[in-house]
Design a protein around this ligand. Structure first.
Ligand code: CA
Ligand code: CA
Ligand code: CA
Length: 504
């Protein structure tokens, strides 16, 4: 944020920082021999330095008033930046300072130093498989042609079924809607919020910054009024990855990363697992929210959080503790900022309570907000090393975590992601398609759930109602035997997977 005209003392310490090209004339620091009279009247030889403007060091040497023979050294007086942040590339986004989740030394994910390596490549695509998107002014130049996969017209809320318009038509619920449970809710603009975290336009002087500012966003609409069907969500994943889906043209921008800030209780059935496996075989990294019910996933199946081949993300708060609502357990791979009421996640939204009205920004908390931080960092990794395989990227994220006040034994996976360290490791990692990561062995029988899942989201002020599984079968109970097997598996996995480097 701060521009330094670095004095020499700082120069040495800050050499790793990025010099910027200067439109103004260059400056040079001239170190020269000089004498001074001490307070005791003695003549002392002392090193002095002075700054001169000039086109080149040679010009400064020629014109030096005391003669070039008295010059010890000349060095260019570079302008350095503490590290690349939005303000260094233009005007700082007006709300950047409230986005603690990017830079807080405890609960943030070390983005400013990561941005020195890359802010994301425009050839990298992150699919936001969600409620659709709005043409928000802090997103509009980032959005690729998407699709609306919602086949049920009532849930789609846009007057038709599937089409190529991923615009969020609103998901408000009121009396008379089939999922109304006595509490009306406003439109969430959930997909717009998630997309802003992944890659809002940054250093444009307005609104918020995104994790991977340089990448493109592919909006895939699968959640509408009352949620979305697994079958549509599975087709959305397939379409995002470049697969063919009936009734829609093939996506010409296959996703490098697919963010799924959605879910519900139920085991991971073959419909969604096969869509995930297809996408991973196409090279897509799949990032999934763990869910917001404070449940241990070892004993409570959630879909797609307990699917294979996904990076399951739990939520942490500003102080690097697990957020109170976050699901946990061995299926959680990593933690990312989801916030709590002491510090929420700020991103793009809209003022409309039903239909969209006017661009705005909103605080939200939830594992839905945590997942796009991971999707964004995965996209930064892909920007640096496009050929890395999804399992390698998951492993890089897991092995580079920072200090977090909850261990793998407590169900927080490998801990809080660290964007800078992840990019550093990615730089030295070569693509290896045979790499197999560690995945928890499913403790639940694969069975189709057939229910609807909705976006994981907790709006400021209210916890109830916004996370729900509607009309689906109950999660399998399994009795004491299944419980003990899960427990044994859970303990086994706790010891066989790498343990977080937890400070003692
Ligand atoms: Ca439609
Ligand atoms: Ca912005
Ligand atoms: Ca995983």
């Amino acid at each position: 944020m701060v521009r330094w005209l670095a004095p020499i003392g700082f120069l040495i310490g800050l050499l790793f920082l990025t010099p910027v090209s200067q439109a103004r004339s260059k400056r040079f620091i001239v170190h020269y021999k000089a004498q001074k009279i001490s307070s005791q009247g003695r003549v002392q030889n002392v090193g002095q330095r002075e700054v001169f403007k000039g086109k080149s060091a040679e010009e400064v040497r020629r014109n030096f008033p005391l003669g070039s023979q008295n010059i010890l050294e000349i060095e260019e007086d570079l302008i350095l930046l503490p590290s690349l942040e939005p303000g260094d590339r233009g005007i700082e986004d007006s709300f950047y300072q409230s986005q603690w989740h990017y830079f807080d030394s405890d609960g943030g994910i070390e983005l400013p130093s990561a941005w020195d390596k890359t802010v994301g490549s425009s050839s990298i695509v992150v699919a936001v498989v969600d409620t659709g998107i709005l043409n928000h002014r802090d997103l509009q130049n980032k959005i690729l042609p998407g699709a609306d996969l919602i086949s049920d017209e009532v849930m789609a809320n846009d007057g038709n079924g599937r089409d190529t318009d991923a615009t969020d038509a609103g998901d408000w619920v009121e009396a008379g809607d089939f999922c109304f449970s006595g509490r009306s809710t406003n439109s969430s603009w959930h997909g717009t919020h998630v997309a802003g975290t992944v890659g809002a336009e940054t250093a444009n002087g307005i609104g918020v910054a995104g994790v991977a500012w340089g990448v493109k966003i592919l909006p895939v609409r699968v959640l509408g009024k009352c949620g979305g069907y697994l079958s549509d969500i599975a087709d959305g994943i397939r379409w995002a990855a470049g697969g063919s889906v009936s009734g829609l043209p093939v996506n010409s921008n296959p996703a490098d990363v697919i963010n799924l800030s959605l879910g519900g209780s139920g085991s991971c059935g073959s419909t969604i697992q096969s869509a995930i496996d297809f996408a991973v075989s196409k090279g897509s990294v799949i990032v999934v929210a763990a869910g917001n019910d404070q449940r241990n996933l070892n004993f409570n199946p959630y879909v797609p959080a307990t699917c294979r081949n996904v990076i399951t993300v739990g939520a942490g708060n500003r102080n690097a503790f697990r957020s109170f609502y976050s699901n946990y357990g061995d299926y959680v791979d990593v933690m990312a900022p989801g916030g709590d009421f002491d510090g929420q996640v700020f991103s793009t939204s809209n003022d409309g309570t039903k239909s969209a009205v006017r661009d705005s920004y909103k605080n939200m908390i939830g594992t839905s907000m945590a997942a796009p931080h991971v999707a964004g960092v995965a996209a930064l990794i892909k920007s640096l090393k496009p050929a890395l395989f999804p399992a390698q990227i998951e492993e890089i994220l897991k092995t580079t975590t920072k200090y977090f006040n909850c261990t793998q034994l407590e169900g927080c996976g490998a801990g809080l992601i660290n964007a800078f360290s992840a990019l550093e490791l990615a730089e030295s990692t070569e693509p290896d398609g045979s790499f197999q990561g560690t995945e928890p062995i499913s403790s639940f029988p694969d069975q189709p759930t057939g229910g609807r899942v909705i976006a994981y989201e907790e709006e400021g002020g209210g916890m109830c109602g916004s996370v729900a599984f509607v009309d689906g079968p109950k999660p399998p109970k399994g009795g004491l035997g299944a419980f003990l097997i899960s427990l044994a598996l859970g303990l086994l996995l706790s010891f066989t997977r790498p343990i977080n480097k937890h400070k003692s």
